[in-house]
Design a protein around this ligand. Structure first.
Ligand code: C2E
Ligand code: MG
Ligand code: MG
Length: 924
């Protein structure tokens, strides 16, 4: 730019110089022309004066005949070429023609006349004077010598200018160059244009033949008093100087000019390159610094013009870059902080400080909107040079929040409105007047507002909006994460139904309590709470009512403990309570009893009262155990003791309980929860027609990764722990469900038998449980056969239960007949429809006579009492034949059929059905 300006200026100066030069040349030329015409005019005057003097000197003499004497006298005068004499003054005077009156008068007064006349080629100039030839006055014409008069006119070059002399009549007397008529006419016009008399030659300029001319008009005034003449004009002129002519003048000085220009150029080059060099050096240095992460500006002191502009631009770019990198670093810091700290609120102070730095603001606030009360929020504030500001509760305008939702790139607030922007009050109180807001969104919902405050409307960098949006996005992600973390944590650690800690969190807390108990020496208690008869609620009013009951139970449990203690739900109707600092066992027992009492209050669901009570096992730590599993097993054992002891009670763990078959008890408990039990079915056939009459359901336990277990291995333990009650309910329901399925398929046998333990019969509600199961699966009571053992007769509670079962219409049979202590009297008294002769009596028939007699007696005796007889454990055809011959009604045993799975039994039943159908068609 500067260079261009310099060029233009140079050109301008050159042009102006040229114009000035041209002007100057014109003036010089004009002066030269003036001098030329003036000097020539002077010369002419002198010559004319000389010629006049010559004429005057000879005229006093007689002219001689025809003027011959005059001729002789002037022969030697260079100025006179010849003399002609006219006879009278009135006659035409030779080539001059007639003289005018005034001329004649001047002649007669003795004056000399100067007259020019056109001649052949050039004009002739004459001096005219009266002369005397004798007494006669004549007029003598002295022709002036042209060579003499005009000498120096033609040959002198006059520096390219032209000299022309014209008389008053416009006759060209002579000129240094040949003139055209047009040129002559122009000269006459120029001469006429000059006012008379002129002291000095007057300058003129004109244009002819497309050329500009300049010249001067001088006058030749007669230099002698005797000479009478009209004045002549001497014109000196030359072409007017042009630019090119001016240039030509310049070229004369070209070498010098070139030298000066070169020196100037060198100086300018040095000056310019010095400016650039410094700037470039600094640029290089600064760029190196940039690569190393330093943002150094270039000094402007020494650089000028273009380098300065470059430096200013560079500095601006470096400034912007530095600002952006700083912002990016701060954003990175924010990312790191948010990623590293699990808790957003903990890192918020630092994060807000960083946001303040990025946005260059005076203060920053983050208003976390309450999700359950959208008009309210918690404000976190960071301000320049202010100590941490406590979190404050503020209200936010719901409409503004909606507007913000559409404005991810932010909104500015120049003037705070009292209600709409009340949440900015804390920032205003800290001195901010101008605000920029961004929505912080999580899952498309505004969850917070990020606001930055400035003391005055800032010179907002274009990046501010995007920086703010970036920060808001990061906060949004962090808030979503923490919300999700919270949710995931809740899902993983809390029971969805009751919001109580789940098994995982329970174990975690118990582990903590065990550690602190071990360290601090204080005592804690673990309570295992299992609801009694909760299944009844589910069965009678449905699962959603059951869920409501569980929720209420959870609330009651919570209300029974103090802060710091834990109530957890392990699943189903099992709860645990951790009592920290339980002190002595009495304290734990008091709380357990409080729980039992509180749960015994009826629970009203949909207008119906439900009664749930709980059996609680208590174990103390670290006294009873130091590991979670140990304590859980203890509490579990104690809880089953409570159940076995009649429910709705709390029982302390006692090492005595360990004597129960260890593999069985806790394994059984798990087995029931994990559905590891199944039922196998063994057919009973009629010995009269060989038809399948009934099936007996037999319990099997399949622990994972172990072999199948048979009832003899675990039923005694189940009976000891009381678990047999719950297992029994499962058997009842499973058997009824299966029977219902077979009934639906049309393949059901006449009866389905199941075994019950005397422990089950001691449960007073057992008949009710059976009734409900039958009702639930829509199975007629007479299809169900319950096998009891002789021990029932020795137990009052069981006996009464048995009677109630009989009243339901359920068929009863006496299992393992002959092994217990029953009497015929019992058989007669009680409503037992069948007896099953124990396998040990069948084993030895028919070869062993005693056995054969015993079996035969049993059959006869039972028949006598009107009971149906079933033989168990029939393993051979001989046994079968013997029994048939002794009119035993039915037989069951491996010889006839092994117990089999439900699926295999279904197959068997279907096959039997088609066989019977085929048979009936044949007979039909
Ligand atoms: P049980 O009621 O007398 O059942 C007959 C037992 O004799 C069954 O043994 C059956 O598999 C077996 N058995 C059947 N035919 C033969 C045979 O020809 N030879 C031999 N050696 N054994 C035969 P399991 O299933 O092991 O049951 C044993 C006992 O466990 C049952 O005797 C019953 O008292 C009890 N039990 C079975 N299921 C249940 C149940 O669901 N609840 C209760 N409380 N007790 C059950
Ligand atoms: Mg049986
Ligand atoms: Mg038996």
């Amino acid at each position: 730019m500067t260079a261009l300006l310099l060029l233009v200026m140079l050109a301008g100066a050159g042009w102006a110089g040229l114009v000035l030069l041209q002007d100057r040349t014109a003036r010089d030329a004009s002066i030269q022309l003036q001098e030329l015409s003036q000097s020539y005019a002077r010369e002419l005057r002198a010559r004319l004066a000389e010629a006049t003097a010559t004429v005057q000197s000879v005229i006093i003499y007689d002219a001689g005949p025809g003027g011959s004497w005059l001729q002789q006298r002037t022969q030697r005068a260079a100025s006179i070429r010849g003399v002609v004499v006219a006879r009278t003054p009135g006659d035409p005077v030779g080539p001059l023609g007639a003289l005018s009156a005034s001329e004649q008068m001047a002649l007669s007064s003795g004056s000399t006349l100067l007259i020019a006349a056109p001649g052949k080629g050039a004009s002739q100039v004459y001096l005219v004077h009266n002369a005397n030839i004798g007494a006669t006055t004549v007029v003598a014409l002295f022709e002036l010598s042209s060579e003499w008069l005009w000498q120096g006119l033609r040959d002198s070059s006059h520096g390219g200018s032209t000299l022309a002399v014209i008389d008053s009549g416009g006759l060209l007397l002579d000129s240094s160059a040949t003139l055209s008529d047009e040129e002559l006419a122009q000269l006459v016009r120029e001469r006429d244009a000059v006012a008379e008399p002129a002291e000095h030659p007057a300058p003129r300029s004109w244009i002819t033949g497309h050329r500009a001319w300049q010249g001067t008009v001088g006058r030749v005034v007669p230099g002698s008093v005797h000479l009478v003449a009209e004045p002549w004009s001497v014109l000196a002129y030359a072409p007017a100087p042009t630019l090119s002519s001016a240039l030509l003048t310049v070229t004369e000085h070209l070498p010098w000019l070139l030298c000066v220009a070169l020196v100037l150029a060198a100086v300018a080059a040095w000056y310019l390159s010095r400016g650039w060099e410094l700037t470039l050096l600094e640029l290089r240095h600064s760029l190196r610094g940039l690569a190393d992460g330093r943002y150094e500006r270039i000094g402007l002191g020494k650089s000028r013009d273009a380098p300065r502009a470059v430096a200013v631009e560079f500095n601006r770019a470096v400034g912007l870059m530095e600002e952006r990198v700083r912002a990016l670093n701060s954003l990175n810091d924010i990312d790191r902080l948010l990623l590293e700290s699990g808790d957003l609120e903990q890192s918020l102070d630092t994060v807000l400080g960083l946001i303040q730095r990025i946005t260059g603001s005076h203060n920053v606030s983050l208003a976390l909107i309450d999700q359950d009360a959208p008009g309210h929020a918690r404000a976190y504030i960071a301000a320049a040079a202010a100590a941490p500001i406590p979190v404050s509760r503020i209200s936010v305008d719901v409409e503004l929040v909606e507007t913000l939702q559409q404005q991810r790139s932010g909104l500015t607030v120049l003037r705070c409105e009292p209600i709409r922007h009340s949440f900015l009050e804390p920032l205003r109180a800290l001195g901010a007047e101008f605000f920029w807001l961004w929505p912080v969104c999580s899952q498309e919902r505004v969850v917070a507002i990020l606001a930055v405050g400035y003391k005055s409307a800032p010179e907002v960098p274009p990046e501010l909006a995007s920086y703010g949006t970036e920060c808001a996005t990061r906060l949004g992600v962090a808030l979503s994460n923490s919300a999700r973390d919270e949710q995931l944590y809740r899902q993983a650690h809390f029971d969805a139904l009751t919001s109580l800690p789940n098994r995982l969190l329970f174990r975690d807390r118990l582990a903590q309590e065990l550690t602190s108990a071990a360290a601090g020496g204080q005592r804690g208690a673990l309570l295992y709470v299992d609801l009694d008869h909760f299944k009844k609620v589910n069965d009678s009013v449905g699962h959603s009512a059951g869920d409501q009951v569980l929720t209420i139970v959870a609330q009651r449990l919570r209300s029974c403990i103090k802060d710091g203690d834990t109530v957890a739900r392990l699943g189903g109707d099992e709860f645990t309570v951790i009592l920290r600092n339980a002190g002595n066992p009495d304290g734990a027992l008091r709380i357990a009893n409080r729980i039992i009492q509180s749960l015994q209050q009826p629970v009203s669901i949909a207008g119906r009262d439900h009664f749930v009570c709980a059996s609680i096992g208590i174990t103390m730590f670290p006294d009873d155990g130091t590991t979670i599993d140990e304590l859980m097993r203890n509490a579990d054992l104690a809880m089953y003791q409570a159940k076995a002891g009649g429910r709705a009670r709390a029982v302390f763990y006692d090492r005595q309980m360990e004597r129960m078959p260890p593999a069985a008890e806790s394994g059984l408990f798990r087995a029931l929860r994990r559905r590891e039990f199944s039922l196998y079915y063994q057919p009973q056939y009629s010995l009269r027609d060989g038809k399948l009459v009934a099936l007996e359901a037999l319990l099997r336990w399949q622990p994972p990764r172990e072999g199948m277990r048979f009832p003899a291995e675990f039923v005694p333990a189940a009976e000891q722990t009381g678990l047999i009650v719950d297992i029994g309910v499962w058997v009842l329901e499973t058997a009824c469900a299966q029977l219902a399925t077979w009934r639906n398929q049309g393949i059901a046998p006449e009866r389905l038998a199941m075994n019950v333990s005397v422990y089950q019969l001691r449960q007073l509600d057992f008949p009710e449980v059976v009734r409900r199961a039958l009702e639930h699966f829509d199975v007629p009571a007479k299809l169900l056969e319950i096998e009891i053992t002789e021990s029932v007769f020795a137990d009052d509670e069981a006996r009464s239960t048995m009677r109630q079962l009989a009243m339901l219409g359920v068929r009863l049979s006496l299992d393992d007949f002959g092994t217990g202590y029953s009497s015929l009297g019992y058989l007669r008294q009680h409503p037992v429809q069948a007896i099953k002769i124990d396998r040990s009596f069948i084993e030895d028939i028919p070869q062993n006579d005693t056995a054969a007699t015993l079996a035969e007696t049993m059959i006869n005796m039972a028949h006598a009492l009107g009971k149906v007889v079933v033989a168990e454990g029939v393993e051979t055809s001989e046994q079968l034949e013997f029994l048939r011959a002794r009119r035993c009604d039915m037989a069951q045993g491996f010889f006839l059929a092994h117990p089999r799975t439900a699926a295999d039994t279904t197959e068997l039943l279907s096959a039997r059905q088609s066989a019977e159908l085929g048979l009936s068609r044949q007979t039909g």
